[in-house]
Design a protein around this ligand. Structure first.
Ligand SMILES: *[C@@H]1O[C@H](CO)[C@@H](O)[C@H](O)[C@H]1NC(C)=O
Ligand SMILES: *[C@@H]1O[C@H](CO)[C@@H](O)[C@H](O)[C@H]1NC(C)=O
Ligand SMILES: *[C@@H]1O[C@H](CO)[C@@H](O)[C@H](O)[C@H]1NC(C)=O
Ligand SMILES: *[C@@H]1O[C@H](CO)[C@@H](O)[C@H](O)[C@H]1NC(C)=O
Ligand SMILES: *[C@@H]1O[C@H](CO)[C@@H](O)[C@H](O)[C@H]1NC(C)=O
Ligand SMILES: *[C@@H]1O[C@H](CO)[C@@H](O)[C@H](O)[C@H]1NC(C)=O
Ligand SMILES: *[C@@H]1O[C@H](CO)[C@@H](O)[C@H](O)[C@H]1NC(C)=O
Ligand SMILES: CC(=O)N[C@H]1CO[C@H](CO)[C@@H](O)[C@@H]1O
Length: 484
């Protein structure tokens, strides 16, 4: 008897464990916006339904999902999702439908945002299309009428632990996505679409925020694809296609005297198609305590880009607000590695730094930018220890450009270790000679040899690329293993 009791006891415990295991996935409370009065007919305004669903979700001490089924929902005013009084452990906004802005641009145009998330945490926005119908506002602006500034489609402020995934933003009035004073934000699998000529429609704008990841995003828009403002720290952008648009910009910086710096930014695997700029750092020529430190541009392909690599510390659109000053922004430790493709202008690399604070620690390797009309050129002002003449050597060899995207670069300190996708590692010890450098390579079982400037490695599976910095010990050697 006792043993059969304990049998049932064990059995019950097992059932309970299984239930709670699945409970993790299923037991979250799900709220359907249709039950709050949202109508998927594109006609009846669902603004209040979204706010009400959020308020209810926040009042629950649970994992809560707000579900937006397929259909078109008119949302003609700002929806503010405020987190201050949220009790839920985490909240998911799952959207299968399309949210559409009002025909009359003035309704949204007078709001700052369309969907704003203020002071939220543990929030996921997954799926959905946001069609702000910005074109009527842009034409108003193009006609120079008295137009409102417009609303940002999705804004996150003072928030942390947020994930935005699988969202499509169409024709925003102003910015598509803005991140302000946030931390731990993940943006992934996003598509952003607006025409070339749409004004101030930055794709993703980030400022005063820490630990931000942007992965696998495709951005076609009228302004910067990604703009990185003051106070951005620990940002990883991995996998972005940009164009049309103004490229990826750090800046504009230095508008204010008191300004936080931009620190530890990595942009990996970027593709720019016919954009105005590729990788840009820009600051106003104004006094400022801001700075840019530790930036890594690793692997980018340019297709007919006007300024593939640009540092512009004399950024002054319309020549207003620019007293004749030098930028106070100190730019230091920026690496460009594996930047290839075509420039639409002769000057493929332009660095116009502050005379007062010349750029320091600018390093380049494996750059192969060509210009249709002839040789691409570099223009450099006030870059410390960087002479125009030497720049020629930046144009290094690159055999299989398509594979570049597979490269990983590492810290340019000490011996080199670069791996191709085929994880074969290559070690090299730089040895400084008088004015150029020889590398000693040992590539697994391949012969050890010395290779110098522009020498082609006679290795069956590899091609050798070097960047030679006379006067400076090169910090990195880039080798591409051509596995095809
Ligand atoms: C956010 O989620 C994590 C785990 O997913 C949980 O540990 C934490 O308590 C949540 N934070 C809040 C403020 O609810
Ligand atoms: C990248 O994002 C798109 C949606 O924009 C998605 O369809 C695709 O599967 C994603 N790719 C990866 C590798 O996650
Ligand atoms: C720099 O940012 C990356 C994320 O892109 C992060 O993993 C790393 O820890 C940061 N480094 C420092 C020194 O904070
Ligand atoms: C490159 O872009 C410019 C406009 O920026 C255009 O005039 C030119 O035809 C393009 N060249 C190629 C080869 O696509
Ligand atoms: C640079 O890239 C072009 C293609 O854009 C290619 O034809 C050329 O061979 C490359 N140069 C070197 C030195 O690898
Ligand atoms: C490499 O160069 C050094 C001196 O520059 C020389 O002593 C050494 O024998 C060379 N090694 C090979 C494998 O050629
Ligand atoms: C990776 O490289 C090694 C030698 O460098 C080669 O033997 C191997 O076949 C390569 N693997 C692939 C998948 O290309
Ligand atoms: C110190 C230095 O190199 N200053 C240069 C900064 O750039 C301006 C504009 O090209 C030059 O005139 C300065 O000589």
């Amino acid at each position: 008897m006792a043993s059969s009791l304990s049998f049932f006891h064990v059995f019950n415990i097992i059932i309970a464990i299984i239930m709670s295991h699945f409970g993790q996935l299923d037991a979250r409370t799900s709220l359907n916006v249709l039950n709050f009065g949202a109508r998927p007919n594109g006609v009846i305004d669902s603004t209040k339904a979204f706010s009400d669903a959020w308020d209810t979700a926040c009042s629950l001490e649970d994992s809560v999902m707000i579900y937006v089924p397929k259909g078109r929902y008119l949302v003609s005013r700002e929806v503010r999702f405020e987190g201050e009084s949220c009790r839920s452990r985490d909240l998911t906004l799952r959207i299968d439908g399309t949210l559409i802005g009002p025909q009359d641009y003035r309704l949204l145009g007078k709001e700052e945002n369309w969907f704003s998330f203020i002071g939220v945490h543990n929030v996921t926005v997954i799926g959905g299309s946001f069609d702000a119908k910005g074109s009527t506002l842009w034409s108003c602006k193009a006609n120079g009428q008295n137009c409102p500034e417009g609303a940002t489609t999705l804004r996150f402020m003072d928030s942390y632990n947020v994930r935005i995934k699988g969202v499509l933003s169409l024709n925003s009035q102003l910015f598509h996505i803005a991140i302000n004073r946030c931390r731990n934000i993940k943006i992934e699998d996003i598509r952003i679409i607006a025409p070339d000529e749409s004004p101030n429609t930055d794709g993703i704008h980030i400022q005063l925020s820490t630990n931000i990841e942007v992965r696998n995003v495709s951005i076609k828009t009228g302004d910067d694809c990604i703009s990185i403002g003051p106070g951005t720290k620990n940002l990883m952008v991995d996998g972005v296609t940009c164009g049309p648009g103004h490229g990826i910009s750090i800046g504009s910086l230095g508008k204010d005297l008191e300004e936080q710096g931009v620190e530890n930014v990595t942009v990996k695997k970027a593709v720019f198609v016919r954009t105005d700029n590729g990788l840009r750092i820009k600051s106003w020529p104004r006094r400022s305590k801001g700075f840019v430190e530790r930036v890594r541009f690793l692997g980018a392909r340019m297709v007919n880009v006007s300024y593939p690599i640009l540092i512009d510390q004399n950024y002054c659109p319309g020549n207003s607000f620019c007293p004749s000053q030098e930028s106070g922004i100190k730019i230091n430790d920026v690496i460009y590695s594996g930047i290839i493709g075509t420039s639409a202008t002769k000057i493929a690399i332009k660095m116009d730094c502050s005379e007062r604070f010349p750029c320091t620690g600018i390093r380049m390797q494996a750059i192969n930018l060509t210009y249709y009309g002839g040789e691409a050129k570099t223009s450099c002002n006030n870059v410390s220890d960087y002479k125009d003449k030497l720049v020629e050597s930046i144009y290094t060899v690159m055999a299989n450009s398509n594979r570049l995207i597979d490269l990983m670069a590492i810290e340019p300190i000490g011996p080199i270790l670069i791996a191709s996708k085929n994880t074969t590692t290559i070690k090299a010890s730089p040895k400084l000679r008088t004015d150029f450098v020889t590398y000693k390579l040992s590539i697994l079982s391949l012969p050890i040899a010395n290779y110098s400037l522009n020498s082609k490695a006679s290795l069956s599976v590899s091609s050798l690329f070097t960047l030679i910095y006379p006067r400076h010990p090169p910090s990195q050697l880039l080798v591409i293993i051509n596995t095809s």
